[in-house]
Design a protein around this ligand. Structure first.
Ligand SMILES: [Zn+2]
Length: 202
């Protein structure tokens, strides 16, 4: 199935609940969505509808990076930087998508890590396990951002594929806000692979 056909296939997200989430950066609203088989989250801060274009970060879940302080990747630092940037802006949205390990799942990501311990890069490790290099799917952004009333976006990203995906879903990405954080000796090769093999703008 081509990317365009994939985009046409609609995904649904049923809004379930909103609650306050005090964090070390400030107090966000946390919104929960039932996406039929997966549960996804949006963090918002400020008056979204009165503040277009909206600063948005699309974050894919990374348990090791987000919660276990892993330095194998830059996910935890990226999430923190996005939360801080949105508080500073006074308004914004973080979509927290439950597509762990670029969409291959937590245990498969750990299997890929074990291959990387033996010298593979992130792409070759995924391919060796029979997965695509990047299995993430951004279609679920559509019903969630629609629910939040977002149309025009300033996207915090280094990943041109995310911009393409949002444009194809009918949003207007009016600006790319570079999101460079978290480089260290442990993730040097991971970040180099992002640039060389995924075309990220680091
Ligand atoms: Zn990560």
């Amino acid at each position: 199935m081509s990317q365009n056909e994939l985009i046409k296939e609609k995904m649904t997200a049923t809004f379930v609940v909103s609650t306050q989430l005090p964090t070390k950066f400030g107090t966000f609203l946390l919104h929960g969505f039932d996406c039929g088989g997966s549960e996804n989250l949006a963090l918002t801060y400020g008056d979204i509808q009165g503040h277009e274009p909206v600063l948005v970060r699309i974050h894919s879940e990374c348990l090791t990076g987000d919660a276990l302080y892993s330095l194998r990747c830059d996910c935890g630092k990226q999430l923190e930087a996005a939360m801080a940037a949105i508080i500073q802006e006074g308004c914004g949205v973080i979509l927290y998508l439950r597509q762990e390990g670029r969409g291959i799942g937590l245990l498969n990501k750990l299997r890929a890590y074990a291959l990387q311990d033996k010298g593979r890069d992130t792409v070759d490790a995924n391919l060796e396990l029979g997965f695509p290099a990047d299995a993430r799917d951004y279609r679920i952004c559509k019903p969630i951002l629609d629910h939040l009333g977002v149309k025009r976006i300033r996207l915090m990203t280094n990943n041109p594929q995310k911009i393409d995906a949002l444009n194809q879903l009918g949003f207007q990405v009016v600006e790319r806000v570079p999101h460079r954080v978290g480089a260290c000796i442990n993730n040097e090769r991971y970040l180099a692979t992002k640039t060389e093999r995924f075309g990220h703008l680091l």
